[in-house]
Design a protein around this ligand. Structure first.
Ligand SMILES: NC(=O)c1ccc[n+]([C@@H]2O[C@H](COP(=O)([O-])OP(=O)(O)OC[C@H]3O[C@@H](n4cnc5c(N)ncnc54)[C@H](OP(=O)(O)O)[C@@H]3O)[C@@H](O)[C@H]2O)c1
Length: 400
């Protein structure tokens, strides 16, 4: 069993601990905090041993009736790997602690990229982190962008990405953040820092990002324009993305018109904390014009990086390859709409068949990673203009 320590038990840390706890080959040996607040009680109730991130504060935990198992150094010494989920900048301060015990460490996206030799996204660069002594799981926005860019790059080649990120002002618990009643270009400088962060995953990518902050806590919403290296159709892209296990193509007809309904959808399905680990792409928004692709996606900032942290453990400890890790993480957490044990929308009839489902049903459309698929793309759009296909498949061009 891999012994995992989690330093910081807030928005990200508590989700990471719960995700690690359900992995068959991992166990959470403890978590560390500075304050005995409600999250410290949550940790105790979930059975996680508690370590004092600041040893002098240990008496405060005792006063609150919370047992402390030792200072954080003891947790680091005992762990096979540490996941640092402390606030931005504190991870950098903790780096020497992990190093002094020779304990591999995973940091979060709020840290500067130079904190670790590799920035990590399981879909895009799992193998780059295999055997490394540290990795930084990129931010929620970069994770969301990387999951879309990686398959498009493989299937069509990506020439340029232009992304407008409409960002939530803060997480639901961050009552001191804003804006309360404003719409802020944020950061005002263009391109925003997000472009540089995506380039820590796709080094040579031509990407331009602009950010805004709005009075919302639910999710981020991205408006994407991606220029591909070959002409595409909306139906092709929809099928390609639908085959991605961490992308949910929201079908039309559900009445999910925004982040609020998505979150309700997740709560209704019994998702823990209402989490949406998947990028949520509106199927109807996927539009193409020549080589230009457009789409809207919603990103649940509190949870999309959680499966990535689990995969990063397997990568750093070189436990298995990326495909196996992603599948295991998905299966244990229930990632993938319709997946177990907490899948969404199992009863919903999906009008967007994936390429593989299409092939099963019609024997006409090969899977996206096959040679036949790429030949089909070169040949044009015969699959979509067939009289046998429903109207929505033919609706592939933007009105000019
Ligand atoms: N929230 C998001 O949307 C999001 C998304 C992706 C990535 N991230 C990144 O994930 C990291 C963590 O963010 P978060 O949102 O989870 O922060 P958070 O909710 O503020 O949680 C931070 C946790 O760290 C603890 N902590 C504070 N100082 C500490 C120290 N010196 N040593 C150990 N623990 C300490 C805090 O507990 P105490 O109460 O005990 O001080 C709290 O449990 C950041 O790098 C952030 O950029 C955040």
């Amino acid at each position: 069993m891999i012994q995992v320590g989690v330093n910081g038990f807030g928005t990200i840390g508590k989700r990471v601990a719960d995700a690690v706890a359900v992995q068959p080959e991992m166990t959470v040996i403890g978590v560390a905090k500075t304050k005995p607040n409600f999250e410290a009680h949550t940790a105790g109730e979930r059975g996680y041993d508690m370590y004092a991130a600041i040893p002098e504060r240990a008496p405060l935990f005792a006063e609150a009736g919370i047992d402390i198992d030792g200072p954080v150094d003891e947790l680091v010494a005992a762990a096979d790997i540490m996941i640092d989920c402390t606030p931005s900048g504190i991870g950098a301060e903790n780096r020497s602690l992990y190093h002094s015990y020779d304990t591999p460490a995973i940091f979060q996206g709020g840290e500067s990229p130079d904190i670790a030799p590799v920035s990590f996204n399981a879909r895009a660069n799992y193998s780059a982190a295999r055997g490394a002594d540290a990795a930084r799981v990129v931010s929620c926005n970069t994770t969301g962008l990387s999951r879309v860019i990686a398959p498009l790059n493989t299937a069509y080649g990506v020439e340029r990405v232009t992304a407008t990120l409409v960002r939530r002002g803060g997480d639901p618990s961050q009552h001191s953040r804003g804006p309360i009643n404003d719409i802020l270009p944020n950061p005002i400088e263009i391109p925003s820092h997000h472009a540089r962060d995506v380039q820590t995953i796709f080094e040579d990518l031509d990407i331009h990002t602009m950010g805004l902050k709005v009075p919302a806590t639910l999710m981020h919403v991205h408006a994407l324009n991606i220029r591909l290296k070959s002409d595409v159709t909306a139906a092709h892209v929809r099928q390609l993305l639908k085959d991605e296990s961490r992308i949910y193509i929201i079908p039309p007809g559900l009445g999910i018109d925004g982040a609020g309904e998505l979150k309700d959808f997740a709560h209704d399905a019994g998702r823990p904390r209402g989490d949406l680990w998947e990028n949520c792409v509106w199927g109807e928004s996927i539009a193409t014009r020549g080589r230009e692709l457009y789409l809207y996606q919603a990103i649940h900032q509190e949870s999309d990086v959680i499966p990535e942290n689990v995969d990063a453990i397997r990568a750093l400890l070189d436990m298995t390859d990326g495909t196996t890790s992603i599948e295991r993480t998905n299966q244990t957490l229930g990632v993938g709409i319709g997946g177990t044990p907490t899948g969404l929308g199992e009863s919903i009839q999906d009008p967007y068949p994936s390429a593989s489902e299409w092939a099963d049903q019609t024997h006409e459309f090969p899977p996206p990673d096959s040679l036949a698929y790429s030949l089909l793309r070169e040949e044009g759009e015969w699959a979509y203009t067939s009289q046998t296909q429903p109207e929505w498949l033919i609706r592939e061009r933007l009105p000019v």
